[in-house]
Design a protein around this ligand. Structure first.
Ligand code: ATR
Length: 275
């Protein structure tokens, strides 16, 4: 019997670690999964997705720059995808209708809470950025019941829009928006969800946001310590983490959505670090 076919779809996609991660999951769980990478033309994401499923494909991960298109294309969306406004996971239901899910938020929370032992309940969290990446993780972060979540962004209006969108999810969390110049006292957890690190830029933040026990999480990952984490260490952060764990955790949750089996992640994260 041939393996069930899955893929990550993006542009570019050749750098993606997803095929490696999912082949490690398949090996570990014994699931009959084959997982490849597909570079869709920028002007024909939809056609590429349709072709994949017509050929018998079972599920797709979606990466830059197609996550919003994947969301829009789906016939149905899970609740967490609906709120995220973007999808990183696609599959078909029993009737062949395209379903969109988003496992990114679940990924960052599991990495922080399960892998790094960082409890978010009752904590003061500073989230930097207000783009698609941050929107994708806000719901699951708020579900951990932090006492406060401050959304800081270069463009204040985008942070305000996101804060208003997630106000119904905030419950007892004080959810506010501001520019980078405003936060001036230590936070328990700081999450960098801007794309500034990609260009080696730093959000112009006061170092006062870092106290003795501050944990810093950069959603980016790289072989070297990211620019943001380097800055945080220089100003006394107690622990810094990059987004490799989040990447593996979101992949594990997609695998669970497709296969009904949640793979273990610790050994896979370890393998990727040393690849
Ligand atoms: P993504 O899907 O990665 O979130 P995006 O929606 O384009 O991409 O959002 C990028 C985020 O990084 C935004 O919050 C952006 O700030 P603006 O809303 O002001 O554009 C932020 N960003 C990008 N480059 C930055 C830089 N050099 N310094 C600070 N913030 C930056």
């Amino acid at each position: 019997m041939s393996n069930d076919l899955y893929a990550v779809i993006g542009h570019p996609v050749s750098h993606s670690k997803s095929p490696r991660i999912h082949s490690l999951f398949a090996e570990q769980t014994g699931e009959s999964v084959e997982y490849t990478a597909i570079q869709a033309p920028l002007e024909d994401f939809e056609g590429t997705v349709r072709h994949f499923f017509e050929q018998g494909g079972r599920g797709l991960n979606v990466t830059v720059p197609f996550k919003e298109q994947a969301w829009a294309l789906a016939y149905r969306r899970t609740e967490r995808a609906e709120k995220a406004g973007a999808a990183n996971t696609l599959f078909q239901d029993q009737d062949g209708a395209l379903v969109a899910d988003n496992t990114d938020g679940c990924g960052i929370v599991r990495d922080l809470v399960n892998n790094h032992g960082v409890d978010l309940a009752g904590k003061r969290i500073l989230v930097l950025g207000a783009g698609g990446a941050v929107r994708g993780v806000l719901g699951p972060l708020l579900a951990e019941h932090p006492s406060e979540l401050v959304l800081a962004n270069r463009t204040l209006s985008r942070a305000e829009t996101l804060a208003a969108l997630f106000a119904p999810e905030a419950d007892e969390t004080r959810l506010t928006a501001c520019g980078f110049d405003q936060p001036d006292s230590p936070f328990d957890v700081i999450i960098n969800g801007t794309s500034a690190s990609l260009k080696g830029d730093l959000p112009p933040l006061s170092p006062n946001v870092i106290g003795d026990g501050t944990v810093v999480y950069d959603m980016m990952y790289s072989l070297q310590t990211t620019t943001f984490n380097q800055w945080a260490l220089e100003h006394g952060a107690s622990q810094v983490f990059d987004g490799l764990g989040m990447l593996v955790e979101q992949a594990a949750e997609s695998f669970r959505v497709w296969r009904g089996v949640l793979p273990g992640t610790a050994a896979v994260i370890e393998t990727l670090r040393t690849d």
